[in-house]
Design a protein around this ligand. Structure first.
Ligand code: B3K
Ligand code: ZN
Length: 856
């Protein structure tokens, strides 16, 4: 990828081990809003030639440096940029203790990296490279040590990693015996209350569990605790992994750059992923809380006990931990529904990334700013790659390989090569070709052609991966293709088998078939590829009705919808095949309501644009938006009585429960309501908004009212009812730009940004508003450039306060080269304006220069 900016690029090929071994880290914090003092002692031994270099940000005010208790003179060290180098002459030959005292200003830290204040509470975020803003340290994941931490401050609760030692008012001492890199360090101090429980591990260790929240939030923390206990049990049952400390603490904070962080024994969470009550959280929020609590907990083994050698290996912990949290959710809820949801996310985020200038391999080999690589490719595609591996080696092979991984690499910082080697050793397979999934960017296109003669079906597959930045030609990959055959009467004539494609082009034959079967291919989405096959609408409708694989059923309906939308967005008319087929499915009371709800949803407008771009057609966002509206309305008109029946029958009686069964009914009911509100001028939506006792239905109703242009009253009531609840107000800020008419979205965004409660430095609030606009495809890409402009204005402003958030949000522009010349000119100008901002961060600078490079 071309980079034209002043920042340095880091390369995987340049990895060198740290020349010192770190035996123990001792820290003492004397907390103060603007003058926190951090004393550190590191016990080191030289392992190889090379200077003692420590990382340390410009914000560290140096008070003292010493070796073995003797202060260093100014000529014994140099500080340059973000590094501190100690002169070799100051170091004893064997082991020694390096000491530093620094002063930092948490109250001025708006980047929320390192130690900062959130609503008066001290907290930390150290992954990836935040610890260097706390003190001088070898801030790299392959330097691991046990930690002893003393926290002094007048806050009632003082937390750090590991087990508590002495605790007295104003002072707490913690010991984490498990060697860990600095990115897993955490400290929290504040006025907090806990809901507490305990878990006894299968070997009998009793673990104290706490979910810490601000006073008043306790009644919304119970679901997080239940989720934690389920996760601990599941990891023992399925992966044989036990927890390894006496306490496990979770803390909810309001200002947090991401979802959550897996610090050893002290997970820190964005409060939106902890706090939930029926009145304030949707079913989707509950499901997400359950899965993120699990994800962070699972990191205790996949990430913490076994960490990454360097940040290029990020997918080693993230891909695997996402894969594990997906398995967990499948086990807790409905596996087919979870698989379809994961594929939806993958396509909406990762395929989109792969199609544009930000495409990169699951394991990148260079970066400027690692925080820009916490992406859908590293996470979600990283998980898909593990799913393929499991499919190829089978469940037993996978279990053997994972056991070997845990025994061989426990306590180490590992690489993707180490990961693949355990599979090779455990299963006797050569994974050289498979490794391309880690090193080559891009989504393969897989074409299937069928030939039928004399009872023999021949399937010819051809694969091709389009070029991505810096990678022009890509050799063939191993593609596991799960496949089954369905006879003309709807019976499965061959159950699922996995074909292993390894060549650019390859054929597979099936003999002895009485009649030509329908091919159910890529079952369960067995590989993250774009499948291309000549299948007419009747063929798709047949699979939607008869396939035994729920993913392919859903996919067939989606194929019909995409064909219809594509035709309508380029001047064609409404497609009856889709409308008929979807009616049959929606009315099938034997099918899971969640599955029917998923089938009733239309593919997102952005995905229609992507598909048109793939086919070489310049997408017109307004035409796609209009087609979307027409098709949704046509479904409503054709099936009004059925939708009305579902609206009534799917109402869940009794008290709200966030489980999959009830959530499924609400999903089908709310999608029926949304379709009907296109015909009844929002009447059913207004009724649902008034009477619903839970946020799932209220929020769905509010969304439908905005789409119907009837939301003024509901928005005002929602705002006055929830003005004191930040998380609910984030939904209010998000849905207005997201669901409003595209030609009004930018103006609505500007208007909301002027409100005093648009607390833009809070990442959730900022993401709600600007992310809401970005989610409105035709609104963000409005022809007058208004969506681009308001986004650029706010990215520039945010970059000066919080570079990570600005850089991440800049990916709203990642598809900009798909569109017509007029839009490209406006989006390009907005990107240039961001790039030209004086003092722009490395984070945002890298993102915009990669996106601008796509134009040339
Ligand atoms: N590991 C953290 C993400 C850290 C992001 C740093 N910019 C959360 C997670 O994936 O579990
Ligand atoms: Zn993670």
């Amino acid at each position: 990828m071309t980079q034209k900016n002043a920042f340095q690029t880091q390369y995987l090929a340049d990895y060198r081990p740290y020349p010192f071994r770190l035996h123990e880290t001792r820290l003492r914090f004397r907390l103060d809003d603007h003058a926190t003092v951090v004393d550190s002692q590191l016990d080191l031994t030289r392992q190889a030639e090379g200077p003692l270099v420590l990382d340390g940000g410009a914000g560290l005010k140096l008070l003292r440096l010493a070796i073995d208790g003797r202060d260093l003179a100014p000529d014994q060290f140099t500080r340059e940029g973000e590094t501190l180098t100690i002169a070799d002459s100051a170091l004893p030959a064997g082991g020694f203790t390096f000491e530093a005292s620094v002063m930092i200003d948490p109250g001025a830290n708006t980047a929320f990296e390192g130690l900062y204040l959130s609503g008066g509470m001290f907290c930390t975020q150290c992954e990836a490279e935040g610890f260097r803003h706390i003190t001088f340290y070898p801030d790299r994941p392959d330097v691991m040590a046990p930690f002893r931490v003393i926290v002094e401050g007048d806050q009632p609760v003082l937390l750090s990693n590991g087990n508590p030692l002495a605790q007295e008012p104003g002072r707490a001492e913690w010991h984490d015996p498990w060697p860990k890199p600095a990115y897993l360090f955490a400290l929290v101090a504040g006025d907090l209350v806990a809901i507490s429980d305990s878990f006894t591990t299968r070997s009998g260790r009793k673990v104290a569990l706490n979910v810490w929240v601000r006073p008043g939030d306790q009644d919304r923390a119970g679901f997080a605790m239940e989720s934690l206990i389920k996760s601990m049990k599941w990891d023992e049952d399925v992966y044989g992994r036990e927890y390894d400390l006496d306490v496990f603490n979770i803390v909810a904070v309001d200002d947090f750059n991401m979802g959550a962080m897996e610090n050893k024994g002290l997970n820190i969470f964005n409060s939106k992923l902890v706090l939930a009550s029926p009145e304030t959280a949707t079913d989707a929020d509950y499901e997400r809380i359950e899965s993120v609590i699990a994800h962070e907990y699972f990191h205790n083994w996949t990430g913490n006990r076994i960490t990454c050698r360097d940040w290029f290996q990020l997918c080693l912990k993230e891909g695997l931990t996402v894969f594990r949290d997906q398995q967990f959710t499948s086990d807790m809820r409905s596996a087919p529904v979870k698989r379809i949801e994961d594929v939806q996310t993958l396509r909406a985020r990762q395929f989109r990334e792969d199609q544009g200038p930000l495409a990169h391999p699951v394991r990148p080999d260079h970066y400027q700013e690692i925080n820009n690589f916490y992406t859908a490719t590293v996470y979600e595609k990283g998980a898909e790659v593990i799913g393929m591996l499991k499919r190829l080696v089978g469940d037993d092979g996978y279990a053997k390989a994972l056991d070997l991984y845990f025994t061989r690499h426990d306590g180490h910082a590992a690489t993707i090569e180490d990961w693949l080697k355990v599979f090779e050793d455990a299963t006797d397979r050569d994974l050289t070709q498979f490794k391309r999934w880690y090193t080559d960017a891009g989504t393969p296109r897989l074409r299937m052609d069928e030939d039928w003669s004399d009872g023999r079906l021949t399937l010819r597959f051809t694969q091709h991966t389009p070029p991505t930045p810096g990678q022009a030609d890509k050799p063939a990959r191993v593609i596991p293709i799960a496949l089954g055959l369905i006879g003309p009467n709807g019976d499965e004539v061959r159950p699922t088998e996995v074909l292993e494609m390894t060549e650019p082009s390859q054929s597979f034959s099936f003999d002895g078939l009485g009649a030509r079967p329908a091919v159910s291919v890529l079952r369960g989405f067995s590989a993250p590829v774009v499948l291309d096959r000549d299948l007419d609408d009747a063929g798709r409708a047949f699979l939607l009705a008869h396939d035994t694989d729920p993913f392919v059923r859903w996919e067939s309906g989606r194929g019909l919808a995409l064909n219809a939308l594509q035709a309508m967005a380029t001047g064609g008319s409404i497609d009856a095949a889709y409308i008929d087929a979807i009616g049959h499915l929606a009315g099938d009371d034997t099918a899971d309501p969640a599955f029917r709800a998923l089938c009733l949803q239309l593919p997102p407008e952005d995905e229609v644009a992507s598909r048109l771009a793939d086919a070489g057609v310049t997408p017109d966002p307004d035409a796609i938006h209009a087609a979307h509206g027409h098709l949704a309305r046509a479904v409503a008109e054709a099936h009004e009585p059925l939708l009305d029946r579902l609206y009534h029958e799917m109402k869940v009686p009794g008290a709200y429960a966030p489980d999959a069964t009830d959530a499924a009914r609400r999903a089908l009911r709310t999608v029926a309501m949304a379709r009907l509100s296109l015909l009844d001028d929002g009447a059913r939506a207004a009724q649902m908004f008034d009477t619903a006792g839970n946020m799932t239905e209220r929020f769905a109703a509010l969304t439908a009212l905005i789409r119907a242009g009837k939301a003024d009253d509901a928005l005002a009531r929602f705002q006055s009812e929830f003005s004191a609840n930040r998380l609910v107000m984030d939904k209010w800020f998000m849905i207005q730009p997201a669901a409003s008419r595209p030609d009004q979205a930018a103006a609505i965004t500007r208007h909301l940004a002027d409100r005093p409660d648009f607390d833009w430095k809070n990442p959730n609030r900022f993401r709600a508003l600007l992310g809401g606009l970005a989610a409105n495809h035709a609104g963000f890409h409005a022809g007058d450039g208004g969506g681009y402009d308001v986004t650029a204005d706010w990215l520039i402003r945010m970059d000066a306060a919080n570079p990570q958030i600005a850089a991440r949000m800049s990916s709203a522009f990642e598809t900009w080269t798909r569109y017509d010349a007029g839009r490209r000119k406006k989006a390009g100008a907005a990107l240039e304006r961001i790039a030209a901002t004086p003092g722009l961060s490395r984070n945002t600078s890298e993102m915009v220069s990669r996106m601008i490079a796509a134009a040339s």
